[in-house]
Design a protein around this ligand. Structure first.
Ligand SMILES: *[C@@H]1O[C@H](CO)[C@@H](O)[C@H](O)[C@H]1NC(C)=O
Ligand SMILES: *[C@@H]1O[C@H](CO)[C@@H](O)[C@H](O)[C@H]1NC(C)=O
Length: 362
């Protein structure tokens, strides 16, 4: 009798262990990680800014004086599965001997900085190096032989100084030669396509033999993205390199979008759009473009879209507002506080690499 009871307990223990595995890993393979809601979660954030003393001042909101902290305590809950908790040591072990590079603008920098903080927090005793030279920032974990690099390249396509001025070449990617040596590449581009006047770092746009003084920016963006996907199609060997596109990160400059007609910025926003699945202000203008260009690839499986746009739209509370740029130099409703929303982007990157169809790399 006693023996029977013990084996029943044993069997049910086994059963519950295996159903646990199924719950946290099994269906994550097919789950849409980007469809879900934000929920308040006491166990967040994943690190404190004091755990990460190399954090860029522009993202270090709490040290810059941001007084509220609800925004630190939200976790992303996909509808169809549970997002695995980030396990930095596991990530570093799996990436041993490999290199990851973010390529893009300051939103890429935001995600790069988040990942370096999350990894350092996981192995605080392990040495690191943090080198910032020109447009390249390189963070290494020598014990694991892992490099996490950020390459600033805001358009992905080239800007070339020529006699007549600075030319934005929609059909040319010279940096590609450098990208090829990396094992994981995460690209982003959008915000600089909107810059005009003094913040616009080019004088002409060129496509083929045609030169233009200007062009509809969304059209130019689509052409450049197409050049980029063509580069991926003809240069990336998926058994060596995994390519991600960090979907466009949304701004929160206009309260009408989220139902606060008087709000002219993200100032004083302390809560996300809780329980929402869709942004009241509608989808982002770039979403259809990104989707279309990726679908038109000869091998669309070469790029994994980190589809962060919609769920980041729900985080009107996540921006530095006046607690960016080292204090009070303007209102920043574009970047994100760290700890904060980009930590979730990296959890999704981790889930995609480890649990979804990218697991054969690492
Ligand atoms: C991205 O996620 C949103 C929200 O779940 C969804 O509506 C959209 O179709 C997704 N885009 C792609 C390309 O999967
Ligand atoms: C562009 O110009 C080059 C030389 O100036 C010429 O050989 C080529 O045919 C032109 N291409 C197109 C698409 O017009």
């Amino acid at each position: 009798m006693a023996e029977f009871t013990i084996s029943v307990i044993f069997v049910s223990l086994l059963f519950s262990l295996s159903s646990l595995t199924v719950e946290s890993e099994g269906n994550i393979n097919s789950c849409d990680l980007f469809d879900g809601i934000w929920v308040y979660d006491e166990s967040y954030p994943l690190y404190e800014s004091s755990d990460c003393d190399f954090i860029e001042k522009q993202f270090d909101c709490s040290n810059n004086g941001r007084p509220d902290n609800f925004y630190l305590k939200y976790s992303w809950q996909p509808s169809a599965c549970k997002l695995p908790r980030f396990h930095g040591e596991d990530f570093l072990e799996r990436m041993r001997g490999k290199s990851i590079m973010f390529v893009g603008d300051s939103l890429s920098l935001n995600q790069w900085q988040s990942l370096t903080c999350m990894l350092h927090k996981s192995v605080p005793q392990s040495q690191y190096t943090d080198d910032r030279t020109g447009l390249l920032s390189t963070f290494t974990f020598p014990e694991y032989d892992v490099k996490v690099v950020m390459s600033r390249n805001v358009f992905l396509v080239d800007v070339v100084d020529e006699n007549g001025g600075r030319v934005l070449k929609l059909d040319s990617i010279q940096a590609g030669q450098f990208w090829k040596q990396f094992d994981v590449l995460i690209f982003d581009s959008w915000h600089w396509w909107l810059h005009a006047g003094r913040r616009q770092p080019w004088d002409f746009i060129q496509e083929g033999n045609k030169t233009y003084k200007d062009m509809d920016r969304l059209v130019a963006y689509e052409k450049a993205l197409k050049t980029w996907t063509n580069w991926v199609d003809s240069n990336v060997d998926p058994s060596k390199t995994k390519v991600f596109f960090q979907g466009v990160s949304p701004d929160h400059m206009d309260g009408k979008e989220w139902g606060e007609v008087r709000a002219k910025s993200c100032a004083n926003e302390e809560r996300p759009l809780e329980g929402h699945k869709k942004y009241p202000g509608g989808s982002h203008p770039t979403e259809l473009v990104v989707e279309r260009v990726l679908k038109e690839m000869s091998n669309p499986n070469l790029v994994y879209l980190l589809n962060i746009t919609t769920f980041s739209q729900l985080r009107k509370d996540g921006h530095p507002s006046v607690y960016g740029h080292g204090g009070h130099r303007g209102m920043d409703c574009t970047h994100w506080c760290l700890p904060g929303v980009p930590d979730t982007w990296n959890q999704l990157l981790y889930a995609a690499l480890v649990y979804q169809n990218y697991h054969y790399l690492i």
